[in-house]
Design a protein around this ligand. Structure first.
Ligand SMILES: Nc1ncnc2c1ncn2[C@@H]1O[C@H](COP(=O)(O)OP(=O)(O)OP(=O)(O)O)[C@@H](O)[C@H]1O
Ligand SMILES: Nc1ccn([C@H]2C[C@H](O)[C@@H](COP(=O)(O)O)O2)c(=O)n1
Length: 228
């Protein structure tokens, strides 16, 4: 740019559940002065609204009919990401077991994806310094022209151990099965499944600490910005 101001940088971070997308994305965005968007929280928020309003989760046409109703607002400060539905703070309730077990069904409905994808693109377009957007289909569908695409992976065992620690001693086997099942549902849906973009950099985090993953992604962003 003529005045020397840096161009906004768009970073897409995708991957299965528990691979470290949220922790990594927040830290990278905070370190680099970028905005942050948790797209899983948006799908959880619309799922919470469906459940709260008694919509039959087994009926895609019932979900599709009301997909445009809730107003979902995401705060993009990586140090304090927020999520509201029709003005209600849902950051707590969307992490509960009920929403977690239903979010794959709701997020598979094309009308839901169209609505949320449009919202994600408008948030990314308005990020002044740039944004780290994490999810399942960011590099493939939402932001196919992102400057940098990362696909995080980790073994199911490592991911279950991380989640069990979070859930204060939850049974490892049950946690692993739930993760694997959700990944299978997210990978096999027809519209925008969980997938690695052809031009994404894959980072296997199984044997890496969170600090190492953050350093790796920060380096990749800096290299991109330097035009390497
Ligand atoms: N490399 C790592 N080593 C150890 N623990 C990690 C690592 N990366 C993340 N974690 C921990 O694993 C848990 C899951 O991480 P995080 O929520 O960032 O994953 P995620 O990919 O966003 O998951 P989901 O898609 O289910 O929201 C957190 O408790 C986090 O602190
Ligand atoms: N871009 C995205 C992000 C999330 N989802 C769906 C599928 C996930 O199971 C669910 C919750 O995501 P999480 O909070 O665990 O990251 O939301 C999706 O379909 N596309």
């Amino acid at each position: 740019m003529e005045n020397g101001a840096a161009q906004p940088v768009i970073v897409a971070i995708d991957g299965p559940s528990g691979t470290g997308k949220s922790s990594t994305s927040k830290a990278v965005a905070a370190q680099l002065g970028l905005s942050y968007l948790d797209t899983g929280a948006q799908y959880r928020a619309i799922t919470w609204w469906m459940v709260t309003n008694g919509i039959d989760i087994q009926d895609p046409s019932a979900i599709a009919a009301v997909a445009g109703k809730p107003e979902i607002v995401s705060g993009t400060d990586p140090k304090d990401p927020t999520i509201t539905v029709d003005g209600t703070d849902v950051a707590g309730p969307i992490r509960g077991q009920d929403v977690t077990s239903k979010v794959s069904a709701v997020s598979a409905v094309p009308e839901v994806r169209a609505r949320i994808t449009e919202l994600q693109r408008s948030i990314a377009a308005s990020a002044v310094t740039g944004i780290v957007v994490e999810g399942r289909d960011i590099g493939t569908t939402v932001l196919p022209d992102a400057d940098l695409k990362i696909f995080l992976t980790a073994s199911a065992e490592a991911r279950a151990a991380r989640r069990s620690g979070e859930l204060k001693g939850a049974d490892l086997h049950t946690t692993r099965e739930a993760l694997v099942q959700r990944d299978a549902a997210d990978s096999s849906r027809k519209t925008s499944p969980l997938a690695k973009a052809g031009d994404a950099v894959e980072v296997d985090t199984t044997e890496l600490t969170l600090t190492q993953v953050i350093e790796c992604v920060v380096t990749l962003v800096e290299e991109k910005r330097a035009g390497k």
